[in-house]
Each structure stands twice: as C-alpha cells, then as structure tokens.
Design a protein. Structure first.
Length: 390
C-alpha cells in the first residue's frame, strides 16, 4: 500500500504519542520508509530512542544548521508526505498561524509552502477539540489541502484515530487520485436468509475482500458506498443489509448515481420461508429452498450502461475451469472484468485470483494476483480506474 513512500512522522505532546512506535511499525509494514521528528513536549512523553528503534533512523529533536525541516519537506526534500500524529490543539493552532517554534511546526510550514502533502491526526480532550478557535484552525488548515484524520470521540476525549485510518489517509495523500469525482458501489460479505427468528442460512464469507476493495477505491479518491453485513468503516458510507433481497434493493438504489459497481459479496443462492416461531429441534425437518434473484443480472437490467465488476468463486481448484465459469459470467452480464478465485480463500487473509477482462480467453491472458486481499483490492481499484478512463 505504501511501497516506496517516504513518510516524515511528526510527533507532538499528546499522551497519544505513546502509540507512535506501533504506528511507525505499521507504516513500515505497509512498505513506507519513516523518519520521525518530535517537539519538546513529545519528548516528555516518549523517548526519541523509542522512535529511533521503530524507524531505524535518527530522530529530529531540534532544527540545526543542517536545516532538517528543508531537508525533510522542502521542494526537493526527502519526504513524500508529512504525517503529524498525534497533533495537539496547540500544534494545530500554530500551523494555522504559521508559528514555527518546534521541529514539527517548522516542518509543517515548510511542507505547506513546498506543496508536500500533509496529513494530521489530532488527539486531545474533547472540550479542546470543540473549542471554536481549534475548530476554526482546523477549517483554516483544511482549506490549504491538509487532510485531517478524524479522532475517535470516547470517554470525553478526542482520541487519535486508529492505525488503519491513519495509514489509509497517508496512502490516499500519496496515491494518484484517478477515481476522484467517481461514486463506486461495492458489495461485500455474506448474506443471511432467516429460517426462523433464531436461525439463518448463510456462507463462510468474511467480507474482508469487499472492505479492501472499498478502501482501495477510497484511497484513489472515490466516494464509496459499501453494502454489506459488517461494521461501519471510516472510508465508505455503509449500508447494512442481511438478506439477498435487501442487498439487491440497496445496490439498485445506490447505483442510481454511481459510476461503477464492484459486486464482491457472497450472495446466498437460496432463501426460505421464515417460520414465525422457533422451529423445535431434535426432529428431522425439510426446508423448501427458493432461488434468490441474481443481483448482477438485476442491476444490469436496471442500469444497462453501468460498468460492473463481478466475482466468481468455484471449488474446482483448476484455473482453466475457473476461467471458463468467469468468462460465462462476464459474457452473460456484460461485465467490465471478473475476479475469479477458489472458494477456499473465503474467510482467509490471503487470496489468489484471476482478473478476467473483456479480451481474456485463456489463463495466459489473465492477470494473476496472489497475496493479501489488500493487494487484490489495490489491483481491482487500479483496473477499475482504467476502465472508467477508457
């Protein structure tokens, strides 16, 4: 996600500074190189040696004759992005007023003047976050193109955002915005069909692939609607559903103003008449299964010109058989491309998939993505951007 990205990590005097060691590790796990700089107040909370260990680089604790702020974030500086995490109310106000009295604020002024992307993750007590002057300062700094990662409001505190949210914001700041201005609908996860008020028919899908596709589209600048059975996420507007019928209704509504839809959900193929009361256990029972509507076919009928991306999961374990089914789906629904994988990856962190585009007629014609579902999401978002640009 951050391969080849150089991140200057500015740390200021919030107690959330204790989280920056793990944040630096996570940035590096995603492929970034990290160099840290600290205010004096931050050094009272976490020792520079901790960040030196986490980044494997010297930590800037003062601006010297080496003009570290320019070396890091000048027009020809080392950094691709300045991330200030955590940022105190004091720091945000100083950045808004171009006050340069710490290594972090001096580097921020330099970055803004040099058009280096800046991402800020504030952390402070909630009353401070609600102060009119702080809110005005945030608005001012945002107007200059700085991306604020909203804090989590918990226990009377505006706590620093999660590592995932911060890493996502850094990726968005350093990734081409080739989906900017686009609305992408993504479906993900499993659907559930009620048997009775307690039991459901469902499948093994975790929803991870759909979430990673939505995240990758957001990183490339898209407005994303994620329709799934999972949690709220910070990178998309979520529509929660349960059944296949609810999935279809939500997707049809969301596609009214969409530029594309990625159908990554594992939608149940059958539904059943729900019993009004709990079915008694301990006895044989027959359920009458009825097929659910095919979401992709229905969306294609209602939105004939909308670019659609479909998924095809099979249990064959054979690429040729997988390709055959993917091509049949592609041609039947007129899909921009199909993501085909073996069903054994459901619920797993890693995957292996064939990307079957309009011209693919053999496995050799397909891109094969093997690795994390995050990587698969990135490849799908990149390919979708190319489809929409064609």
């Amino acid at each position: 996600m951050l391969d080849g990205v150089n991140v200057a990590l500015g740390v200021t005097g919030s107690i959330a500074a204790v989280k920056t060691v793990e944040l630096a590790h996570e940035l590096r796990r995603q492929g970034a190189e990290v160099r840290a700089l600290m205010s004096d107040s931050a050094r009272g909370i976490i020792h520079p040696w901790a960040l030196e260990f986490a980044t494997e680089r010297d930590v800037v604790t003062e601006i010297t004759g080496r003009v570290e702020h320019v070396e890091l974030c000048g027009r020809d500086g080392w950094a691709d992005v300045l991330l200030i995490a955590p940022a105190t109310a004091n720091t945000v106000g100083k950045i808004a007023g171009a006050v340069d009295d710490t290594p972090v604020t001096t580097t921020a002024t330099t970055a803004l003047g040099a058009d280096v992307p800046v991402v800020i993750a504030p952390a402070m007590h909630e009353p401070m976050y609600d102060h009119p002057g702080v809110l005005d300062a945030i608005d001012q700094v945002e107007s200059w193109g700085v991306d604020f990662v909203d804090p989590r409001i918990e226990e009377g505190k505006a706590k620093i955002a999660t590592e995932e949210a911060i890493v996502t914001a850094v990726a968005r700041a350093t990734t081409p915005q080739d989906l900017a201005g686009r609305h992408v609908v993504v479906t993900g996860g499993a659907t559930s069909e009620a048997i009775d008020p307690i039991r459901v028919l469902t499948n093994r899908a975790s929803g991870r692939t759909g979430r990673e596709v939505a995240r990758a589209c957001h990183i490339r600048g898209a407005e994303v609607t994620l329709i799934h059975d999972g949690p709220e996420v910070h990178y998309a507007d979520v529509v929660e559903i349960e059944s296949a019928a609810e999935m279809l209704a939500a997707a049809d509504a969301a596609c009214g103003d969409a530029d594309a839809m990625v159908s990554a959900a594992a939608i149940g193929d059958y539904t059943v008449q729900e019993a009004s009361a709990k079915l008694r256990s301990g006895e044989a029972r027959t359920l009458e299964l009825e097929p659910t509507p095919k979401v992709l076919d229905s969306i294609r009928q209602g939105h004939p010109d909308l670019p659609l991306i479909g998924f095809k999961a099979e249990t064959t374990g054979d690429d040729e058989a997988l390709l055959e089914q993917a091509v049949a789906l592609r041609d039947r629904v007129d899909l921009a491309f199909v993501v085909a994988n073996d069903a054994t990856v459901m619920g797993q962190a890693d995957t292996r998939a064939l990307l079957v585009d309009r011209e693919a007629e053999s496995v050799a014609d397909c891109e094969i993505v093997e690795g994390s579902k995050s990587l698969l999401g990135e490849r799908i978002a990149l390919r979708l951007a190319a489809v929409l640009d064609s």
